[in-house]
Design a protein around this ligand. Structure first.
Ligand SMILES: [Zn+2]
Length: 750
């Protein structure tokens, strides 16, 4: 409904779409509204001539009233996309009779709406009842327009209806770039253009209302005045499976990984509930601000500006397309060694291998005239199945693939869901690229396919297959929309779990969970290990053959895993396209990001941690409140909480403490108790703590009186500190907590 306040709403709600002769007006009314046809017939016959003379002053108005688009919520009810009320300003300049009126209206409107006076003035001269001056104005501008209407009413005796405000809506995304590739955005007419906004547009849009009115230009009611209002119906609301907290955690570490590893072509993280198929987080980094979907990055803009002018438009639209692209479902890649979890699963399920099977690696294997090398050129020698997995040995997997055979291999490939889109409820899902469309493979094809090379799949297909391996063998249909409700809260649609098929037995699934868990703890690389949690997973590094640019050998670095390994709940794929930093290995680039994400996500999901004795020294505990107590009592309390204590100053009571109350630090950390103002001023220099083992960092911190919060991989024998949250040389209070991040060292078995 138009919304100028009640006194204006009757006469002011006018959108003149077209001028028509009386006959046309009557024709439309006859067709549309039979109830008045008799009266109109009378008017046409009896008063026809008179009305035709008046035709130019008459108008039929048929105005669409926008409906309010539905809200998009996260799994916990946080608003991710919302339509806020804004207004459209429409001028009916035909009502303006004098030059004084035109100038007054143009001056005021130009000022309020921040428009050029000349442009507005030009519009006031038009002989029409419907000129849109500005769309989507906010409430502060609306207030000023309403005051102007009051002023017009007084100054020019009822001229207020020269301006009309129509209800409109503006889409607003409170979290800006969060989950941008999933949520998508809307166009200027409120239509969904990308992501869920596009896929579920029909549900979100609602039904526009209508106002149909016949009036004459002098505002006196016409003899056959007819008005019909159809109220707009709000769109449905959507609740996603995406959890804002989990999504934020994943985005934080994924962005850090982009910077740390100088990733050229973005990264993807998908976190899926292995038992339902619900997607808890889906990240494409870098994303874009949903409130400004046409703003390109500075780097993109610079690249476009460097082009010849005639090429810029095409380059800009390509850059926007790439920025909006949901890489998690739309891009394909060689899965590399991550796929070995599928090869091992199918071989176990077929019974062609078991735990005791033996595989030999001399460092390379020759299939017809192709020699394929193991990443460990000296050769792994004789291995059992678990050793083949944790060595990530290509010759062993070529043997395993050959035992399965090409026909069966492809049947499992299909059954894992790689030969078709997963059917996730997002737009733009790509299909795989296999060797031959009919699934046939040469012996060489089968050999390289066994370790995940030379065929392309999407990230969503990979995490879906990993979920099947973890969940007892069920291939599920992934989804991002949990529930659709109407504006009264009634459930319109609720997504149930869809089990597509059983691909491996639950016994094989159990065995694979154990192998993949051991792979993260006992394997040569335990960068997938998370203190306190049983996690299973596999690294992968695949060369982008034939896709290299500018002399680089480009790679995909990925890690795919799940937790807890004994009773899996979530699967997570971390994937970086073209890292060009110090390493391009999945174990170095992606596994640490997986560890960081899962270390925060698992406690949030209330997955219980279980620490062994070796881990306990790194378990954080929470500081109590010791201020206000006597020194003796405070000291006793802090010691009882498991900390070592340093008392500073000459006072009898504790006036402050470092770290402050409720800070997480490792058991045995240093709590400093200050007893006077002077003692609080003392600082210590932060030492350099990068490039050391866990125990060395512990020693350095203890001798400086500082506390360490351990992050990343701390239990690997090769663990080395990579970064510290406060730089060396900074001055801080004794007891300050510094976060030091570790990675698992330099052994590579991708
Ligand atoms: Zn090998």
């Amino acid at each position: 409904m138009a919304n100028n306040g009640s006194k204006r709403s009757k006469k002011g709600v006018l959108q003149l779409l077209r001028m028509r002769t009386t006959m046309l007006i009557l024709l439309i009314l006859v067709i549309g509204f039979g109830a008045v046809s008799v009266r109109i017939g009378y008017l046409t016959l009896v008063q026809g001539t008179y009305l035709q003379e008046k035709a130019v002053e008459q108008q039929l108005v048929d105005t669409t009233v926008n409906s309010k688009r539905g809200t998009i919520y996260d799994a916990k009810g946080k608003v991710l996309a919302q339509s806020a009320s804004v207004w459209k300003v429409v001028l009916a300049p035909a009502y303006l009779k004098t030059e004084e009126q035109r100038i007054y209206v143009a001056q005021n409107l130009a000022k309020i709406l921040d428009l050029k006076y000349e442009d507005v003035y030009k519009k006031t001269k038009q002989k029409t009842y419907y000129v849109v001056l500005k769309r989507k104005i906010e409430s502060d501008e609306r207030e000023k327009i309403l005051s102007l209407c009051d002023a017009l009413n007084e100054k020019f005796d009822g001229l207020s209806n020269v301006i009309t405000l129509f209800d409109d809506y503006r889409r607003y995304y409170p979290y800006n770039d969060l989950a941008s590739s999933v949520i998508g955005f809307t166009g200027s007419d409120d239509q969904g253009l990308e992501g869920v906004e596009f896929k579920y547009d029909d549900y979100l849009t609602g039904t526009p209302g209508r106002i149909i009115t016949a009036r004459n230009a002098n505002q006196t009611d016409m003899p056959f005045q007819y008005e019909q209002n159809v109220a707009a119906k709000d769109g449905n609301n959507i609740t996603l499976t995406i959890d804002e907290t989990v999504q934020s955690i994943a985005e934080k570490y994924m962005k850090k990984g982009i910077t740390d590893n100088e990733v050229v072509n973005r990264g993807v993280c998908i976190i899926m509930n292995v038992n339902t198929g619900a997607i808890i987080a889906m990240v494409t980094v870098d994303g874009y601000d949903l409130n400004k979907p046409y703003d390109l990055s500075d780097a993109d803009l610079a690249a476009i500006r460097a082009l010849p002018e005639k090429k810029r438009a095409a380059a800009e639209s390509a850059a926007l397309g790439a920025m909006w692209r949901n890489k998690a479902v739309a891009d394909t890649y060689y899965p590399g060694s991550v796929f070995k979890m599928c090869t091992a699963s199918m071989a176990l399920n077929e019974g062609v291998v078991n735990e005791n099977s033996s595989f030999n690696c001399s460092g390379s294997v020759t299939i017809y005239d192709h020699t394929i090398h193991c990443h460990f050129h000296a050769g792994h020698g004789t291995q059992n199945l678990f050793q083949a997995i944790y060595n990530s040995c290509n010759p062993a997997f070529i043997d395993i693939g050959a035992r399965v055979g090409a026909d069966k291999f492809y049947k499992y490939y299909e059954a894992f869901g790689f030969s078709e889109p997963t059917g996730i409820d997002l737009p733009g899902e790509s299909d795989d690229l296999f060797f031959n469309e009919d699934g046939s493979m040469s012996q060489t094809d089968l050999a390289v396919a066994s370790f995940g090379q030379n065929f392309s799949i999407t990230p969503i297909q990979m995490v879906t297959a990993c979920s099947a391996i973890a969940n007892g063998g069920k291939v599920l249909q992934p989804y991002v929309v949990q529930k659709i409700t109407d504006s009264d809260g009634n459930v319109v649609k609720n997504t149930e779990t869809t089990v597509k098929r059983q691909v491996i037995s639950s016994a094989v699934s159990k065995k694979m969970c154990k192998f993949l868990e051991d792979n993260t703890t006992k394997g040569g690389v335990n960068n997938g290990y998370i203190s306190g949690y049983r996690v299973g997973g596999k690294t992968g590094t695949s060369e982008k053959i034939g896709q290299s640019q500018s002399g680089y050998k480009d790679y995909i670095a990925s890690f795919c895993g799940f937790a807890p390994a004994d009773k899996p709940e979530v699967a997570c794929l971390v994937f970086y396209d073209t890292p060009r930093g110090a390493s391009y290995y999945g174990s170095q680039v992606s596994a640490p990001v997986f560890v960081n994400i899962m270390s925060e996500v698992l406690p949030y999901l209330e997955v219980q941690a279980e620490y062994d004795s070796g881990e306990k020294q790194y378990v954080d505990t929470i500081t109590g409140s010791y201020s206000g107590l006597s020194v003796a009592k405070a000291e006793a309390a802090a010691k009882k909480d498991g900390f070592t204590v340093t008392v500073k100053g000459e006072g009898k009571k504790v006036i402050s403490q470092m770290p402050s109350t409720a800070t997480k630090i490792p058991v045995g950390g240093n709590v400093v108790l200050y007893t006077d103002k002077e003692s609080e001023k003392a600082t210590v220099n932060v030492p350099d703590m990068v490039g050391y083992s866990v125990s060395t960092v512990n020693d350095i911190a203890a001798s400086a009186g500082l506390n360490i919060s351990f992050s990343g991989v701390t239990t690997s024998a090769n663990a080395v500190s990579k970064s510290q949250s406060i730089s060396a040389g900074e001055k801080v209070s004794e007891g300050t907590v510094i976060t030091v991040e570790f990675s698992g060292g330099t052994v590579v078995n991708d």
